[in-house]
Design a protein around this ligand. Structure first.
Ligand SMILES: C[S@@+](CC[C@H](N)C(=O)[O-])C[C@H]1O[C@@H](n2cnc3c(N)ncnc32)[C@H](O)[C@@H]1O
Length: 415
């Protein structure tokens, strides 16, 4: 089955990906829903348990849910967890609509209450306040503070989580948006002082209506779906309990989720210092430490050495990424049942002009921890849809631009 699946067209360029809750919130490098669906439908039956140890916006978990499978999702990113939870939680549409409209009306009143807004803003610590002052105009700060003050009063945790997703989707956008950042959905914030940010209350109203429409698709129960904070390198799961893994790990040195997500998380009570601290635990970010590469396969070590000859500090970033991914693959091998598959979607990187064939290196690492590699299929990226970091320079020859036209679907088997 798995070899046949890897042979089929996995591009899905002409297929609609905005059904159910999939497009409620932008997320850099999320994969098309048809991708996990193809593997879940073919390799599992109803009641089986699917794992995505790096859920991101939850595409795998939403598909597992729609197909009646059990699912477990982990991530360390607080915004990813919020988005994923909301996208699989069925709610009463009329009740959510009512709460959403109440939030909006109450925010419209609070906008005029300078004292309430100032109380909220002055309750933030100095660094968080400076960050907000740098990226949001005073008018927008008032609008967002008014919205969040109303959202904080929602008593149902599930509804509040849903409304927070809507709130965040007002800030993290591909274009437009309410901050002074040019584009946050592609995750590298650049300030544009000439930008006229949109009105946050109008945006909230529009995004709320869209998300509420999608709630209908989630009418079935969420039994058997678990989404929680967890590190993919150290899974809190028993051995041999998972029927299928479908996941897309971060690319090496490519997308800095923490840097973009703080734009909405600071409004939801996460202090900037805590988010900065958390950043060090994301796989693929630039924090390096002292990675011990001796357990890596020879091919992986050779790439680190070649890069080190050009740039020692970049080589450390790559080494850290590969060592982290070895821990992840070891964990996936441990928790997967025998005779079951793990699917990883990942792309190559270019570092200091050196092409890093991440898919090949991860295949070798996977084999070194016990997996049998069944194949590695290439898929072409539809750049308009799979939101990869944007280039703001014309004819950019940057590494990010060069490396992101294709990615690979690796199929592993636990014999
Ligand atoms: C490419 S995204 C996943 C996108 C997802 N497939 C989707 O469709 O939305 C990679 C995710 O890995 C998460 N991540 C990074 N380091 C992690 C770690 N140590 N443990 C768990 N998740 C991690 C990031 O926060 C990010 O959400």
């Amino acid at each position: 089955m798995l070899p046949l699946l890897l042979d089929r067209d996995l591009d899905f360029h002409n297929e609609k990906s905005s059904y159910a809750s999939h497009s409620w919130h932008p997320f850099a490098a999320k994969f098309p829903p048809q991708l996990p669906r193809a593997f879940i439908e073919t390799l599992t039956i109803r009641g089986d348990t699917i794992l995505d140890p790096m859920v991101g916006s939850g595409t795998t978990i939403v598909e597992a849910c729609l197909l009646g499978r059990r699912a477990i999702g982990y991530d360390i990113d607080p915004l990813a967890l919020k988005i994923c939870k909301a996208k699989v939680t069925p709610l009463d549409t009329a009740e959510v609509e009512e709460v959403g409209i109440h939030v909006l009306n109450s925010a419209k009143r609070t906008v005029k209450d300078r004292k309430a807004v100032e109380r909220f803003l002055s309750s933030l610590d100095v660094r968080t306040r400076e960050f907000i002052d740098y990226w949001f105009l005073p008018r927008t700060q008032t609008e967002l503070a008014s919205l969040i003050l109303s959202i904080q009063r929602i008593t149902s945790e599930d509804i509040r989580n849903f409304i927070e997703l809507v709130f965040s989707s007002v800030i993290i956008t591909k274009s437009g948006g309410v901050s002074l950042a040019r584009d946050l959905a592609h995750t590298r914030p650049h300030k544009d002082p000439t930008k006229t940010p949109r009105d946050a209350l109008t945006q909230f109203e529009q995004k709320l209506a869209k998300a509420v429409r999608g709630l209908h698709a989630l009418r079935s129960s969420r039994r058997g779906i678990r989404v929680c904070r967890g590190d993919a390198r150290d899974l809190k799961l028993k051995d041999n309990c998972i029927d299928l893994v479908v996941t897309s790990p971060p690319y090496a040195n490519a997308i800095d989720y923490a840097r973009a997500h703080k734009f909405s998380l600071v409004w939801m009570g996460e202090p900037l210092s805590a988010l900065t601290e958390l950043r060090g635990t994301y796989i693929g970010t630039e924090r390096t430490g002292k990675p011990e590469t001796s357990a890596l396969p020879r091919t992986a070590q050779a790439h680190v050495e070649t890069l080190a000859a050009k740039d020692a500090s970049r080589a450390k970033v790559l080494a850290k990424y590969l060592v982290d991914m070895r821990y992840v693959l070891k964990e996936l091998f441990r928790v997967l049942k025998f005779n079951r598959a793990a699917i990883l979607v990942v792309g190559p990187s270019t570092m200091r002009g050196l092409r890093i064939p991440t898919h090949e290196l991860l295949t070798d690492i996977g084999e070194s921890v016990g997996f049998t590699s069944i194949g590695c299929a290439k898929r072409a990226l539809d750049r308009n849809r799979r939101m990869m970091p944007a280039s703001f320079r014309r004819n950019s020859a940057s590494g990010i631009e060069n490396r992101m036209h294709e990615e690979f679907v690796i199929g592993f088997h636990k014999e």
